[in-house]
Design a protein around this ligand. Structure first.
Ligand code: GLN
Length: 188
């Protein structure tokens, strides 16, 4: 099984390492023809405006949207969460726009650029998940079939909508592989 990791910009190498630690091959995606045969796709953290622009430039936005609409499991972290959301508050930047979610970018404020917190994520079991947030977005509102899987200070920071998964934090920056395992289970 091969999982594509969008490699326009941002933390794609770390995702490939997490996949490899789970015994799964991660392949860097830079062109639409590389999407062929992948079982799932990860959109990494980074800068969502840059990643979105490059997806337009490299003609990846439409093919990825088409595959995701057809059921391809897609997992977005941080900037990837922004790119999956239908509404981005105050921005008309390019996006996939597939999740019934309204996202606020850089949502935790300037003073707290980055922070780490032990999050309760019931779908991962009882042990809290050590979550790393870096200029993170949060989701202000979702509509079914999107469902919140984790919240922090009443804000949604992990969400699933069918074949789509998004986290505001960076599970690829920790050794805990449970979020990636959860995504692999979605692939089946
Ligand atoms: N704030 C960034 C954005 O909106 C995301 C930051 C990140 O991915 N670590 O693109």
């Amino acid at each position: 099984m091969r999982i594509g990791v969008l490699a326009m910009q941002g933390a794609f190498r770390e995702h490939i390492q997490s996949l490899e630690a789970l015994g799964v091959q991660g392949v860097e995606i830079r062109h639409a023809n590389q999407l062929e045969g992948i079982a799932g796709l990860i959109i990494p953290g980074g800068e969502s405006t840059t990643i979105g622009k490059l997806m337009v430039e490299f003609n990846l936005l439409e093919p990825v949207r088409h595959l995701a609409e057809g059921g391809l499991p897609v997992f977005g972290t941080c900037a990837g969460m922004v790119l999956l959301a239908r509404d981005i508050i105050g921005s008309d930047q390019p996006r996939l726009g597939l999740m019934n979610a309204r996202v606020q970018r850089n949502a935790f404020g300037r003073q707290v650029d980055s922070f780490e917190v032990d999050l309760e994520i019931p779908v991962l079991g009882e042990e809290p998940f050590h979550a790393v947030f870096i200029r993170a977005p949060y989701i202000e509102e979702i509509e079914p079939p999107a469902e919140a899987l984790a919240t922090f200070k009443d804000k949604i920071v992990m969400v699933r909508q069918g074949n789509l998964l998004a986290t505001a934090f960076h599970p690829e920056l920790t050794k805990d592989l449970r979020v990636h395992s959860y995504f692999l289970k979605m692939i089946g």
